[in-house]
Design a protein around this ligand. Structure first.
Ligand code: PBG
Ligand code: ZN
Length: 324
């Protein structure tokens, strides 16, 4: 393979040739759309740091889900904004909480759509941490008990898949066993397996009202320098029954996505998180980048790295472009 015998430019001469040799192709089926669900009816609160996204009441979340479905997006993931918060996040278990209601509305309106729920307490606790506080830190094992109940509550409401994002040790196994015992052995778990303690979650925390009231999440989310540890986290979750493993955030951790895909062969999801979305939106608004092109290149990079599923706030916008 030496010049002038090999001239790589031969296959780049026009768009048709380039498409024929493209190694990675994005489709709307790759996307999972995150939705923020809030109490009430007819509520549509804009999220300032995430232009184009809103806190939606359950029936509006269902309409949004239907629009996404019609664009070819197969799944949504739901986050809840509760009316009341307390120390232990009790309203996460309320059968009439926004997420539980939205699940029902979506399944009624678009039965074939896959409804995934985020299972974590930080939106529901008064201190904003992802679990029960004991001695100034999140207590692992007592948190597992609440997470089990939360997952069960979502599944009872009719969701198709649960996605624990808390990063407690043993949560996948704990949730798997409660689902199996409850007659839900067919419900898959998408675990946030390698979830890093990242500054890229800022806009999400504004959207979901889940900023920790004290300290940070470094005692439970992963430390950014670590890659071998990500693999251990992923293998642990697989052993405990995870069906899909997620890497989060996506862009600063593309190396982790690739490694997890290569070393496990499991279905890998990547979360193109709020900060990754907001950065592109902000730069595009300023006219510093071409927002659409940067969006498509970014999503492509995540798929090329090895993600078969991409959770992204760009889902609808990108699907529209892909559908022509
Ligand atoms: C809840 C949760 C977070 C995100 C998904 N689930 C925030 C956090 O861990 O602080 C972040 C998603 C995003 O930034 O888009 N544990
Ligand atoms: Zn959380």
């Amino acid at each position: 393979m030496r010049f002038p015998i090999y001239r790589p430019r031969r296959l780049r001469r026009n768009a048709t040739l380039r498409a024929m040799v493209a190694e990675t192709v994005l489709t709307p089926e790759d996307f999972i759309l995150p939705l923020f669900v809030i109490y009430g009816k007819g509520v549509k609160n804009p999220i300032p740091s995430m232009p184009g996204h809103f806190q939606l009441s359950p029936e509006l979340a269902a309409s949004k889900a239907k629009e996404a479905w019609e664009l070819g997006i197969p799944a949504v993931i739901l986050f809840g904004i509760p009316e009341h918060k307390d120390e232990v996040g009790s309203s996460a278990l309320d059968p009439d909480a926004p997420v539980q209601l939205a699940i029902k509305e979506i399944k009624e309106k678009v039965p074939e759509m896959v409804v995934i729920t985020d299972v974590c307490l930080c939106e529901y606790t008064s201190h904003g941490h992802c679990g029960i506080i004991k001695g100034g830190d999140v207590d692992n094992d007592s948190t597992l008990e609440v997470l089990r109940e939360m997952a069960l509550s979502h599944v009872r409401a009719g969701c198709d898949m649960v996605a624990p994002s808390d990063m407690m040790d043993g949560r996948v196994g704990a949730i798997r066993s409660v689902l199996d015992e409850g007659g839900y052995s067919h419900i898959p778990i998408m675990s946030y397996a390698a979830k890093y303690a990242s500054a890229y979650y800022g806009p999400f925390r504004e959207a979901a009202g889940s900023t920790p009231g004290f300290g940070d999440r470094k005692s439970y989310q992963m430390d950014p320098p670590n890659s071998d540890e990500a693999l251990r986290e992923v293998l642990l979750d697989i052993e405990e029954g995870a069906d899909i493993v997620m890497v989060k955030p996506a862009l600063p951790y593309l190396d982790i996505i690739r490694r997890v895909k290569e070393e496990t062969g499991y279905p890998v999801a990547a979360y193109n998180v709020s900060g990754e979305y907001s950065m592109i939106k902000a730069a595009a608004e300023k006219g510093w980048i071409d927002g659409e092109k940067v969006m498509m290149e970014t999503l492509l990079s995540i798929k090329r790295a090895g993600a078969g599923m991409i959770l992204t706030y760009f889902a609808e916008e990108a699907a529209k472009i892909l559908n022509g």
